[in-house]
Design a protein around this ligand. Structure first.
Ligand SMILES: CC(C)(COP(=O)(O)OP(=O)(O)OC[C@H]1O[C@@H](n2cnc3c(N)ncnc32)[C@H](O)[C@@H]1OP(=O)(O)O)[C@@H](O)C(=O)NCCC(=O)NCCS
Length: 188
C-alpha cells in the first residue's frame, strides 16, 4: 500500500479564511447539481454537464468509491458561513515514486472572481507538500481558459509551457498550459 492511500481514504477537513474543504458526501448532490448543470462551468473540465440530479449523485458515488479505495480524490469546497458546497478541488493522480501529483478544480459560476479558488488551491498545495510529502505539484488548463492560469500563478505555480493537443475534451483535442510548483519554490 502506498503511504498516501491512507490519507485519501480518510481525507481531513482543511480550513481557510472563508472555506472548509472536506470530503464529498452524497448529501452534496443538490448543491453540486446547482452548478454542474451549467455548461459554462463544465466547458473546460473533463466531466460532462450534469443533465439531472442523477448525474450529480453518480459523480458523488464515484468520488466516495475512490476514497474507499484510497485513490487520489477531491475535496468539496464549502462556504464557512452557510455550509453550501460550491465546488471541488483535489488530486487527479499522485506518483509515489517521483512524489509528484496533479491538482484540478471547478467552482460554481456564482462565485467566480472572488479569489475563492486561489484560497482553496493555496491550502490544497500546502496539504500536498505537508501531508502527501510531495516534491512537485502540477496543474494544467486549456489555453483558452486563462482565468485558471491566473489562479495557478497566484499560489506560486510556475508556467512551464504548452502541451499541444494533450487532452481530448468534449470531442476536441485541446492545447493545455502546464504549471507546477516544487517543494523548494516560494509559495505566494
Ligand atoms: C477557473 C476558476 C477555477 C477560477 O476560480 P475563481 O475563484 O474565479 O478564481 P480567482 O477569483 O481566485 O482568480 C481568478 C483570476 O482570473 C482572472 N480572470 C477571470 N476571467 C478571466 C479571463 N477571461 N481572462 C483572463 N483572466 C481572467 C481574474 O481577474 C482573477 O485574476 P486576478 O486576481 O489576477 O485579477 C473558475 O472560473 C472555474 O471553476 N471555472 C470553471 C471550471 C474550470 O475552468 N476549472 C479549471 C479547469 S483547468
Amino acid at each position: 500500500m502506498q503511504f498516501f492511500q491512507g490519507i485519501f481514504s480518510q481525507l481531513p477537513a482543511l480550513e481557510t479564511e472563508r472555506l472548509i474543504l472536506r470530503p464529498l458526501r452524497m448529501s452534496d448532490a443538490r448543491d453540486l447539481f446547482a452548478y454542474a448543470k451549467d455548461p459554462q462551468v463544465s466547458r473546460y473540465v473533463l466531466w460532462d454537464t450534469h443533465e439531472t440530479l442523477r448525474d450529480s449523485r453518480q459523480f458523488l458515488r464515484g468520488a466516495i468509491r475512490q476514497y474507499r479505495q484510497g485513490l487520489p480524490g477531491s475535496f468539496a469546497i464549502t462556504l464557512k458561513d452557510s455550509g453550501r458546497m460550491i465546488g471541488t478541488i483535489g488530486y487527479m493522480w499522485v506518483n509515489h515514486e517521483y512524489k509528484s501529483a496533479e491538482v484540478g478544480y471547478s467552482l460554481s459560476r456564482e462565485y467566480w472572481n472572488k479569489g475563492i479558488m486561489t484560497e482553496a488551491l493555496r491550502r490544497v498545495v500546502e496539504f500536498g507538500f505537508q501531508e502527501l510529502r510531495l516534491n512537485r505539484i502540477e496543474a494544467q488548463h486549456e489555453v483558452d481558459n486563462p482565468a485558471s492560469g491566473r489562479v495557478m500563478a497566484h499560489v506560486g505555480m510556475q508556467y512551464e509551457g504548452v502541451l499541444r493537443q494533450r487532452v481530448k475534451n468534449k470531442g476536441r483535442y485541446v492545447d493545455v498550459a502546464l504549471y507546477a510548483i516544487l517543494r523548494g519554490d516560494p509559495r505566494t
